[in-house]
Design a protein. Structure first.
Length: 336
């Protein structure tokens, strides 16, 4: 066969108009089947004909015309220099050489299928690795339902999740130990990008039989002289509560001082006293026997998502951030 005829046969391998095909990466337009060596599209055609033993069935599978399959086989036999099929009763039977090519190409197409699946997983964020850190109030409130929904659709994804103090969140994000951090309150940190994920206010938690239990709103002045569980000095929430007491002209005199809001809730439920905590912590565990009331002066408790400005976020991290945003909106609806 002359080179001109070979190019003509190659250009005949075109997709049927309007046909559906899952082999878009092997699209043949013009002049593809030329040269000395077989390409992937040719091997795909060869394999289809071997499986079906007719050019009509192979054409249907590959969404090509039957003449295009026949011309491709002729071109392949010209290139290889040996027969690939023998026709018996209108069916094509592969030669020993064709079967050898079929078996040798098995690994190529298995690898290609694996790569296609990998591309799809990456595109849809179904697999990969994500590291996140959070302070306790968010680690036990927003993150669990967000993580549950996120992983339900991405069962091949592995997540590292750690609960840390605020300083540990900043260190983890800056050092890239974690790609995402979540914290209540935020100071300016060079190299840290952030987004507000939820805006709430501090609340007062009381044991069921507390003297203030019947009041609809608890003020800082109401808590003076009563057993009180305070948040540790130097923490963002601890300092915010102290400022609110100072604003109200009420002395801040905790009976017990703790580091975490969740600890304050546990102690309050046990009858140790009242506490002013973020709005997330009273929901943690579901077993705290607590009365929750609004607290005045109003003390903001803002939840932030944090990440490093040094590198762009991965698709996986962006997908999880979207999940957290949705969870935050649901929490806002529940509390309204």
């Amino acid at each position: 066969m002359s080179p001109l005829r070979q190019r003509s046969d190659a250009s005949a391998i075109t997709r049927k108009r309007g046909a559906n095909c899952n082999h878009s990466c092997y699209d043949i337009f013009t002049e593809t089947i030329t040269g000395t060596y077989m390409n992937l599209r040719q091997l795909e055609i060869l394999r289809a004909v071997i499986r079906h033993r007719t050019t009509v069935a192979a054409a249907d599978e590959l969404a090509l015309s039957q003449p295009a399959i026949s011309n491709a086989l002729k071109a392949m036999e010209t290139q290889t220099g040996f027969a690939l099929f023998e026709r018996v009763n209108n069916r094509l039977f592969p030669t020993t050489e064709a079967m050898a090519l079929y078996k040798e190409s098995e690994a190529i197409f298995a690898l290609h299928a694996k790569l296609e699946n990998r591309v799809r997983d990456l595109r849809e964020c179904r697999s990969g690795h994500l590291s996140i850190v959070a302070t306790p109030p968010l680690a036990y409130s927003i993150i669990p339902p967000a993580l549950s929904g996120f992983l339900r659709r991405r069962q091949q994804t592995r997540v590292f999740f750690d609960v840390r103090r605020y300083e540990g969140i900043i260190d983890g994000v800056l050092s890239r130990v974690a790609e995402l951090g979540f914290a209540l309150g935020l100071s300016h940190h060079p190299g840290i990008a952030h987004e507000v994920v939820h805006t709430g206010e501090m609340v007062c938690v009381l044991p069921p039989k507390h003297p203030l239990a019947e009041r609809p709103v608890i003020s800082a002045s109401d808590l003076v002289g009563l057993p009180f569980i305070g948040l540790e000095r130097g923490t963002r929430l601890g300092e915010a509560v102290r400022e609110s007491f100072a604003q109200a002209g009420a002395p801040f005199q905790p009976t017990v001082e703790v580091r975490y809001c969740n600890t304050a809730c546990v102690l309050a439920a046990a009858g140790v006293g009242a506490a002013v905590v973020d709005s997330f912590s009273p929901r943690q565990g579901g077993s705290h026997d607590l009365i929750v009331r609004p607290f005045t002066p109003k003390t903001p408790a803002v939840a932030y998502m944090l990440w490093s400005e040094a590198e762009p976020l991965s698709r996986m991290a962006k997908a999880f951030l979207n999940e957290v945003r949705q969870t935050s909106r649901l929490l806002g609806q529940d509390s309204s």
